[in-house]
Design a protein around this ligand. Structure first.
Ligand code: NI
Length: 416
C-alpha cells in the first residue's frame, strides 16, 4: 500500500545526495547558453549523458536543426508512457552577474532558468534509470528547444516529429524567482495565458508638416487607436475575465516637419479563455477600421496566433500535487495564482493531458529575486535537487495512476 510513498522517499534521498552534481550541471549550462534553435552543444551534452545512463531511443535534432533531445527509459515491466519536459534555450541578454559560472557566450544568457530545468530533468533521468525495476511502463524525457521565441515553437516542431506518439500524459516545470525557494506550486485548469501578436498599419498621404490639410496624417488614427484599443478589455470583456492588449512598438515618420504616408503599430494580446481569445482579432479589426475611416486613412490588420493558454488537466494535477506533498511536505506545496505570461508547453496539452508546475527559486538574501529575463536574474541553487525529485516523483506517480485506472486518458481542451 505504501509503495509510492516509499519510492518517493527513495527518489528524494537520491536527489539530495546528487545536489552538488546537479548544481555543477546547472553551472555548466549557465556558462554555455545557446539561443533558440541553436542549442547544438547543449543538446549534444544532454544526449551523451542520457546514453551513458542507459536510456534508449535517444533522438537529437528537431525542426531541421541540431537542437532538442528526446529519450526513453523503459521500466522492467510494460505499462503506460509518461513524458517529462524541460526547455533548454537561453535569451539575448548581456549577463550582469559576476559569479564565476556567468555566461561565456557574450550577449546570451540563461536569464529565465531553463538551465535549472535541464539540470533537474537530467538528474531525474539518472535517478529513475537506477530504479528501472520499479518502473512499470515507460518514461520519455523531452528536452525542448526554442521555447522563448514563440514562433517557430520548439514544442510544436517536436510534436510534429512524433515525440508524443504513444505518450499518455506529460508534466513540465518552471522555476520562479518571485516565489520563495523550495515552495512548489500547482494549479488545475488554465494557469498561463495565451499569447498572440498583431501588426496594424495606418496609411494616409504624406505631406508638409506646415500644411496638414494637404496631407492625410496617419499619426492621428494611431494616437486614437492607442487609447481606443484599451476599451476592448475595459468595456467589451467581462471584468472577471482576464485580457491584456499591450502596444510594444510604434514605427513611422522621419523628421520633425514631414507627415509620413504610414505608421505601424505592433502589439501583444494575452487571454485565458479560448472563447475570448477567438474574438480578439475581430475586435481589433473593428476598432482599427473604424478609427481609420474616421480619419480618412486605410488600415491593414495582421494577427499572428502564437501559443494557447497553459491549461492543466485536473486529475493529473492532483496526481502531481500528491507526489509533491510526499516529496517536500504539505507546508511547501501551494496553489499557483493565474499568470499572464505564456509557455508553449500548451501545445503538448492540446494533444494529451498535461500539468505544468512551478518551483520557487527566489531568495533575496543571495540576490535571487530579480525578475526572469533580467541581466541580474539568478536562482537559489539549493532547491535544484527538489526540482529533480519533483520530476521523478511525478513521473512515477503518473505511471502508477494510469496503470491503476485512477487516471483515465481523456480529451485535452481544444483551443484555436
Ligand atoms: Ni522560461
Amino acid at each position: 500500500m505504501d509503495y509510492l510513498p516509499n519510492k518517493i522517499i527513495e527518489i528524494k534521498k537520491s536527489a539530495s545526495l546528487m545536489s552538488e552534481e546537479i548544481i555543477a550541471t546547472r553551472r555548466h549550462f549557465h556558462r554555455n547558453p545557446e539561443m533558440s534553435w541553436r542549442e547544438t552543444e547543449t543538446s549534444l551534452y544532454i544526449a551523451r549523458r542520457l546514453e551513458e545512463w542507459g536510456l534508449t531511443d535517444v533522438r537529437r535534432g528537431f525542426g531541421g536543426t541540431e537542437s532538442g533531445v528526446v529519450a526513453d527509459l523503459a521500466g522492467d515491466a510494460p505499462g503506460p508512457c509518461v513524458a517529462l519536459r524541460a526547455d533548454i534555450d537561453a535569451l539575448p541578454v548581456f549577463e550582469k552577474n559576476d559569479a564565476d559560472w556567468r555566461s561565456q557566450n557574450l550577449g546570451v544568457m540563461h536569464a529565465c532558468g531553463h538551465d535549472a530545468h535541464m539540470s533537474a530533468l537530467l538528474a531525474a533521468a539518472k535517478i529513475l534509470a537506477a530504479m528501472k525495476p520499479d518502473i512499470r511502463g515507460r518514461i520519455r524525457f523531452i528536452f525542448q528547444p526554442a521555447e522563448e521565441i514563440g514562433a517557430p515553437s520548439g514544442a510544436r516542431a517536436m510534436i510534429g516529429e512524433g515525440v508524443l506518439d504513444g505518450v499518455d500524459a506529460i508534466g513540465g516545470m518552471h522555476v520562479w524567482s518571485f516565489v520563495r525557494a523550495g515552495l512548489v506550486q500547482w494549479k488545475s485548469g488554465p494557469v498561463m495565458a495565451s499569447s498572440d501578436r498583431f501588426d496594424i498599419k495606418f496609411t494616409g498621404m504624406g505631406g508638409h508638416g506646415a500644411m496638414p490639410h494637404d496631407a492625410i496624417d496617419p499619426f492621428v488614427p494611431t494616437a486614437a487607436f492607442v487609447h481606443a484599443v484599451q476599451t476592448i478589455a475595459s468595456r467589451e470583456i467581462n471584468p472577471l475575465e482576464a485580457v491584456v492588449v499591450s502596444i510594444g512598438k510604434i514605427a513611422g515618420g522621419a523628421v520633425h516637419n514631414i507627415i509620413p504616408d504610414e505608421v505601424e503599430i505592433y502589439g501583444s494580446i494575452r487571454a485565458f479563455n479560448p472563447e475570448i481569445r477567438r474574438t480578439m482579432e475581430d475586435r481589433l479589426r473593428r476598432v482599427a477600421d473604424g478609427i481609420a475611416s474616421a480619419h480618412r486613412c486605410q488600415c491593414e490588420v495582421k494577427v499572428e496566433y502564437l501559443v494557447p493558454s497553459v491549461t492543466n488537466d485536473a486529475p493529473l494535477t492532483e496526481v502531481f500535487r500528491r507526489a509533491a506533498v510526499l516529496a517536500v511536505g504539505e507546508g511547501n506545496v501551494g496553489e499557483s495564482p493565474h499568470l499572464m505570461v505564456s509557455e508553449d508547453f500548451s501545445f503538448f496539452q492540446e494533444k494529451i493531458p498535461g500539468t505544468f508546475f512551478f518551483l520557487g527559486v527566489g531568495n533575496p538574501a543571495i540576490g535571487a529575486d530579480y525578475p526572469h529575463h533580467s541581466p541580474l536574474f539568478t536562482i537559489d541553487e539549493s532547491v535544484l535537487a527538489t526540482g529533480a525529485a519533483l520530476y521523478a516523483a511525478f513521473g512515477l506517480s503518473a505511471l502508477e495512476s494510469l496503470k491503476s485506472g485512477l487516471l483515465k486518458a481523456h480529451e485535452p481542451l481544444k483551443q484555436p
